[in-house]
Design a protein around this ligand. Sequence first.
Ligand code: NI
Ligand code: MN
Length: 225
Amino acid sequence: MKITYLGHAALSIEVGNTHMIIDPFISPNELAKDIDVNALKADYILITHAHQDHIVDVEAIVANTGAKIVSNFEIVNHYAAKGIEGHPMNHGGSWKFDFGRLTYTNAIHTSSFPDGSYGGQPGGFILETEEGNIYIAGDTALTMDMKLIPMKCQIDLAVLPIGDNFTMGIDSAVIASDFVGCNKVLGYHYDTFGYIVIDHDQAKLAFKKAGKNLTLLPIGESLSI
Ligand code: NI
Ligand code: MN
């Protein structure tokens, strides 16, 4: 599995021959100006919640690729009304796709669309594949629900928000990594706006002190599991 950081909370994931884009917010992100949205490959777009900083490039990517949306029921219905195909889920539910099994997990956050309309309840995803399992937390506080994850699935990489203010910050993410039973963390949802700028060295040190590894990928770079 190859995971590429597209800035903010946006990722590109390759599993076998399947390409997935997570929470695309690329074109307005000055830090991601070298990413060409029109060059992205996507069979699926996974959306954790309806906030602008997670959906802004969804329609452009669907127009280019014909990608199918996977998200909560309300977000999938929102796009279905625009003629876009999707697979609706809700908390605790999982579905076996051709690339592996996805579970929609709980997140402590909000989920309105930019126009104020209801975007369902926010979530995250567990992606289980033959190439490994990852947890993509979405925008969330630290929550005890994370402790349920390792009871069902061994996570090889936890993708956790670390920017604070709108989500949990670094100290909570260290604890979240304990809760999900995974010491290998990819940080996201940081540096994009003034409210969420972090000190990279300090963040890495906090994880190191806890016996964990925090990766902060430069935008456009990848890691493999
Ligand atoms: Ni959000
Ligand atoms: Mn966000």
